[in-house]
Design a protein around this ligand. Structure first.
Ligand code: RUQ
Ligand code: CUA
Length: 630
């Protein structure tokens, strides 16, 4: 898959002058408009712009709020971002697998406890953010996200928009596709261990004999964030989704050949979609029909071909996205190398598991859409929107018409093909992965932006394009540059969300820190104290804008210093920071929260600590001194 011919390495400005915007700028720049702009002219231009903008439904006026929250994966940045839709304004970043200089995520003791056994890993590769559901509808509680690069899954609490759980998935490698159980509620998160590895991976397997290599489907308890069970499958698992009946999960698989090189991976004409029966898997775990590996006690079921736990539905080779239609009728497997998508009838899966029909009998249409179909999104009118990576287009098509055409009716199921810029991967509609699909907005996450923005050097932003799908025709209304690399997103109506304004003092995020303070005999809400515990020193201080409760303290060279700050401000939006200069320690302390950070006092001298979140007119004065005694 290469860039199309619109691509060029030439980034000279005159080359993009063909674009309208640059055309106007060039005229101004050349001095053709000799008279200076007057204030009145500025005002009338501003008015005209405002009038034009307000015709665009995507324009959210200053001071107005967006209708939807968007949760965006941050790709290889390892984070999740919150967007406002339709403005496409970035509202917040939620550090997850990365470390974050602003908030201290990955550096504070509280975040390290949440990261647990992977606290020393500073990188992540997030792909698929999905929200917990009740009866097939977003419930505003959690967003789950995978880390492909370090085989992890994390949970974000939507009341505070912070990561609160992280799990390293055992026995497998590279968590890719991830979804939630939709019905009756999100009891499980399901995710794909994409890469096949020796099932006992202790260094004794070889690179030549791959007979013990397995790809594994992972089922995680959403509430405890512990492994429920795993299922061994044939082929490399790619993307996954759940039905609306609470019975089946399905995943696309490529490389059914179990090849180890690109050529070997794409030799056979067909790969498959593997369907998992949740009830049969749970019963097998209960009945003890599992094994354990690698010294952990996670039940591993065998779901390879021939197993009663799974069924394998052949589809054209190397399928990619797997999407459930919001009416609960279809799993759609996107062809990638094939110009088609395969529509699997979920109704027919009971008969398939009862061996009454053949796997291919569940496929009720394979409409041809264009080159490189990767992912499909849905509206509430029976239409589907499929990204075409190679064609740089979105195909809007009608699902029932595609089925009718498959059955011989003369009908054109393609409604529209829209150029997007360029090479889209995922796309997503507002509420489109739930029963509440509303057919208002579609976002196309384009992998290349090329000429759409000012050139910024060899590394370019992605282009997240907002498309109005409320009418008969899709219309692009916004180009949104995005840094590495939103693979996927989801958009939830703001009425589903209830974020907090202040931290509850009893919040589990810092409960352990407060428990340690109690053992030290310190009330963090009223006391400023230093506790020495051998070479370990704990410095407790409060903060109220614009002062810390403690403005000087002394430690000895070689001490391990933990500073614990409790923000006593009860004012919405008054976050303080704590930064110890020249010690690599900085963090955020939200209103009513307690946060702590540990560093070594290994340089003698006087060091200022200061508040690094602008909190008050006297914010610059919010500081104190640490003396490290030689
Ligand atoms: S994948 S571009 Cu990581 Cu979701 Cu399809
Ligand atoms: Cu506290 Cu700035």
């Amino acid at each position: 898959m290469s860039n199309d011919d619109k691509s060029s390495n030439n980034v000279e400005l005159e080359n993009i002058g063909r674009r309208k915007f640059f055309g106007k700028t060039a005229i101004l720049g050349a001095g053709v408009v000799a008279a200076p702009m007057t204030a009145a002219m500025f005002a009338s231009t501003a008015k005209a712009n405002a009038a034009e903008y307000s015709k665009n439904k995507a324009f959210v006026h200053p001071g107005d709020l967006d209708e939807y929250y968007g949760f965006w994966s941050g790709g290889q940045s390892g984070e999740v971002r919150i967007m406002g839709i339709p403005s496409m304004r970035e509202l917040m970043r939620i550090p997850v697998f990365n470390i974050d200089s602003a908030t201290g995520w990955g550096l504070t003791n509280e975040s390290k406890r949440i990261k647990g056994d992977s606290a020393n890993i500073m990188v992540g590769d997030t792909h698929h953010p999905h929200m917990s559901m009740t009866d097939g509808r977003y419930n505003g509680k959690y967003v789950f996200i995978n880390d492909k690069s370090n085989t992890r899954v994390a949970r974000i609490r939507c009341d505070v928009m912070k990561t609160d759980k992280m799990l390293t998935v055992p026995n497998t490698q590279a968590i890719h596709g991830l979804r939630v159980q939709k019905v009756p509620y999100t009891k499980y998160i399901v995710c794909n261990g994409e890469f096949e590895v020796p099932i006992v991976n202790d260094g004794k397997a070889s690179l030549e004999d791959v007979s013990t290599y397995r790809s594994i489907y992972n089922v995680i308890d959403a509430e405890t964030m512990e492994m429920a069970f795993q299922v061994i499958v044939d082929g490399n698992l790619d993307n996954t989704d759940a039905d609306y009946d609470g019975k089946y999960f399905a995943s696309t698989c490529y490389n059914s050949e179990m090849g180890m090189s690109l050529g070997e991976m794409i030799t056979s004409e067909r790969d498959h979609v593997v369907v998992f029966s949740l009830a049969r898997c749970e019963a097998a775990v209960k009945a003890g029909k599992f094994k354990t590996y690698n010294g952990n006690n996670v039940p591993v079921l065998d779901g390879r071909k021939g197993s009663q736990l799974t069924r394998y539905i052949p589809v054209p080779k190397s399928p990619h996205g797997l999407n459930t239609s919001p009416n609960g009728e279809y799993f759609i497997a996107n062809g990638k190398l094939s110009p088609t998508v395969s529509i699997i009838s979920i109704k027919k899966l009971d008969a398939l598991f009862a061996d009454e029909i053949k796997p291919r009998d569940t496929i009720i249409a394979e409409p041809e859409l264009g080159l490189g179909p990767l992912h499909t999104a849905f509206d509430n009118k029976g239409n589907a929107y499929t990204t075409l990576f190679l064609d740089s287009q979105i195909a809007k098509w009608n699902v029932q018409d595609a089925i009718d055409a498959h059955n011989g009716k003369k009908v054109n199921y393609i409604r529209q093909k829209l150029d997007v810029h360029y090479q889209p991967g995922h796309n997503h509609t507002t509420m489109g992965e739930t029963r509440d699909a509303d057919g208002k907005w579609l976002v196309s996450l384009c992998k290349f932006s090329k000429d759409r923005f000012l050139p910024v050097g060899p590394l370019r932003p992605e282009n997240d394009q907002l498309i109005d799908i409320s009418g008969d025709e899709m219309k692009i209304v916004h180009d949104g540059p995005a840094f590495a690399e939103p693979h996927d997103c989801m958009m939830v109506h703001r009425t589903k969300m209830k974020p907090l304004k202040l931290w509850p003092r009893t919040d589990p995020m810092f409960a352990e820190t407060i428990a340690i303070a109690k053992r030290d005999g310190v009330d963090v809400y009223s006391e400023n104290k230093i506790i020495r515990d051998g070479k370990k020193v704990r410095v407790y201080m409060t903060s109220i804008a614009p002062t810390y409760g403690m403005t000087e303290f002394k430690v000895k060279l070689g001490d391990e210093v933990t500073v614990i700050v409790t923000n006593l401000d009860k004012v919405e939006d008054v976050t303080h920071g704590f930064c110890m200069t020249d010690h690599g320690a900085q963090m955020e302390i939200g209103p009513q929260a307690t946060a702590s950070i540990t560093f070594m006092a290994n340089k003698p001298g006087v060091y200022w600590y200061y508040c690094n979140w602008f909190c008050h007119a006297l914010h610059m004065e919010m500081r104190g001194r640490m003396l490290v005694e030689a």
